[in-house]
Design a protein around this ligand. Structure first.
Ligand code: NAP
Length: 304
């Protein structure tokens, strides 16, 4: 596919600045090939996913990061190792950043083929922030921002696109106690809006100190990742009714990995942690693995 762009030139003269179109500069840019995007790619499992995709994916691979310096340094590191990822800034909590990236992808590639939602945060056990602060921030980043990235980027997905929500073993219902709460989260007819409400109710319960009473655990990370696991099934149901054929969305537990998030206590290397997310990102056409929860050894598991 070929696109034609018009260029505007900024002209400064006589103490004032004016913008004028000089003739019609046409830039012919070929919108080549397929494109994969990894959020939070500057370190840890995300970095290893980018590396593995550079090795295995037939298309452009975008390492994205909220911080441009950290992101471009990570790209340089991979270049030293002989890989050629591309870079774009992406802060998943910033609507403007997501929208700019969406526009860039649309004008450069005309679509999107692989989206790995990897970026997330976890407060340390020793963190001194009050629980309600941790709850609000963890849900804001891990659930609501991931959700926003999907809302903004999903219109770009092409047929056969693959979406990976990096969840966790923490994202299973066995980590919480409330029977009614579990039933609501496990409902196959649960909608995105209803899930948003449940996630917001967790934050509100944390603020009023009632989160245990209503069936959550004492971990905001658990709540956020249960939301991420549930989102994969909901998104798959949406895509099953979408005219774009064969889009697959899966949630994955990458294993317990040696990264900053775990203070380097996990036994798996980041490369080992990348195996299941990359497997989900590269599922073949017309795969039956859709709307599932995948364990780090690539087996089908159950978060409900
Ligand atoms: P990590 O080393 O802490 O890396 C997290 C990445 O997310 C970093 O690149 C970080 O960027 C990025 N990030 C955080 N907030 C962001 C934002 N607002 N916008 C864009 N990027 C943002 O963590 P990890 O261990 O590699 O974890 C990767 C994924 O695996 C997460 O979803 C995590 O929950 C999941 N997971 C990890 C383990 C484990 O054992 N490590 C287990 C289960 C699940 P900065 O460098 O700028 O902070």
């Amino acid at each position: 596919m070929i696109i034609v762009e018009r260029s505007l030139y900024q002209i400064v003269g006589h103490g004032r600045s004016e913008q004028r179109e000089i003739g019609v500069t046409t830039v012919l840019r070929e919108m080549t090939g397929r494109v994969a995007v990894v959020t939070g790619g500057n370190k840890g499992i995300g970095f290893a996913i980018v590396k593995a995709l550079c090795q295995q994916y037939d298309g452009s691979v975008y390492l994205t990061a909220r911080d441009t310096t950290r992101g471009t340094n990570a790209v340089k590191e991979l270049e030293k190792q002989g890989f050629k990822p591309k870079f774009h800034q992406l802060d998943i909590t910033d609507d403007d950043s997501i929208t700019k990236f969406r526009d860039y992808l649309r004008s450069t590639y005309g679509g999107l083929d692989v989206l790995v939602n990897n970026a997330a945060i976890a407060f340390k056990v020793k963190a001194t922030e009050p629980f309600e602060v941790q709850a609000e921030e963890t849900l804001r980043v891990n659930y609501f921002s991931l959700r926003k990235v999907c809302t903004i980027l999903y219109p770009l997905l092409r047929p056969h696109a693959r979406v990976v929500h990096v969840s966790s073993s923490a994202g299973r219902l066995c980590n919480i106690t409330g029977k009614a709460l579990k039933q609501k989260l496990a409902d196959p007819n649960l909608t995105e809006t209803e899930l948003d409400t449940i996630m917001q109710e967790f934050v509100d319960a944390a603020k009023s100190g009632k989160h245990l009473e209503v069936g959550w655990s004492n971990s905001s990370y658990h709540a956020s990742k249960i939301g991420v696991s549930a989102l994969a099934g909901i998104h798959q149901t949406m895509f099953n009714a979408d005219p774009r054929e064969d889009i697959a969305v899966n949630a994955v537990h990458p294993g317990y990995v040696d990264t900053d998030m775990t203070s380097h206590t996990g036994p798996l290397t980041p490369e080992e942690g990348a195996i299941a997310p990359v497997y989900c990102a590269l599922l073949p056409e017309n795969t039956e693995i859709k709307g599932k929860y995948i364990w780090f050894d690539k087996t089908l598991s159950n978060w409900k």
